[in-house]
Design a protein around this ligand. Structure first.
Ligand code: SF4
Ligand code: SF4
Length: 118
C-alpha cells in the first residue's frame, strides 16, 4: 500500500526549490569560435546578465573570449541565435572537441579565480 505523507504548502515549496537548485547542473557554454570575435552580441540579449566580461569592464581587453556563468544561466537559449560564429551551445550539445570549454566557462565565474572580479 502506498503511504502518503502530508506536507504543509510552504515546506513543499522549499523542497521543490532546493531540489531544483541541486539538480541545476546544465548551462550554456561559450566555445572556441568566440576567441578573436568577442562582439558581445550575446551579452546584450542575456536576460540574467550571465555572460562576462562586459565591454566596459577592465577585463574585457585581456579576455580571450566571453564566458557564461553556469550558476546564473537559466538556459533560455536567447544568446544562441545572435552569435555570428556559432560559439554557444547547451552543455549536452557541445561538440566533443570543445568539451573542455565547460570547465573554462565555469572557472571564469569561480570565486577562487579573478574572472568576474576583474
Ligand atoms: S542561455 Fe539564456 S541565460 Fe544562459 S547565457 Fe544564454 S541568454 Fe543568458
Ligand atoms: S555573440 Fe558569440 S562571438 Fe560574440 S561575444 Fe558572444 S559568444 Fe562570443
Amino acid at each position: 500500500m502506498t503511504k502518503v505523507i502530508a506536507m504543509p504548502q510552504s515546506d513543499l515549496l522549499r523542497w521543490n526549490v532546493r531540489t531544483l537548485l541541486e539538480e541545476k547542473t546544465m548551462a550554456y557554454v561559450i566555445a572556441q569560435p568566440c576567441i578573436g570575435t568577442k562582439d558581445t552580441a550575446c551579452v546584450d540579449v542575456c536576460p540574467v546578465n550571465a555572460i562576462h566580461p562586459h565591454k566596459e569592464a577592465a577585463a574585457f581587453a585581456l579576455a580571450r573570449q566571453l564566458y557564461i556563468d553556469p550558476e546564473t544561466c537559466i538556459c533560455c537559449a536567447a544568446c544562441v541565435p545572435v552569435c555570428p560564429v556559432r560559439a554557444i551551445y547547451a552543455e549536452e550539445d557541445l561538440p566533443d572537441r570543445w568539451r573542455h570549454f565547460i570547465e573554462i566557462n565555469r572557472s571564469y565565474a569561480s570565486p577562487e579565480l579573478p574572472g568576474l572580479k576583474a
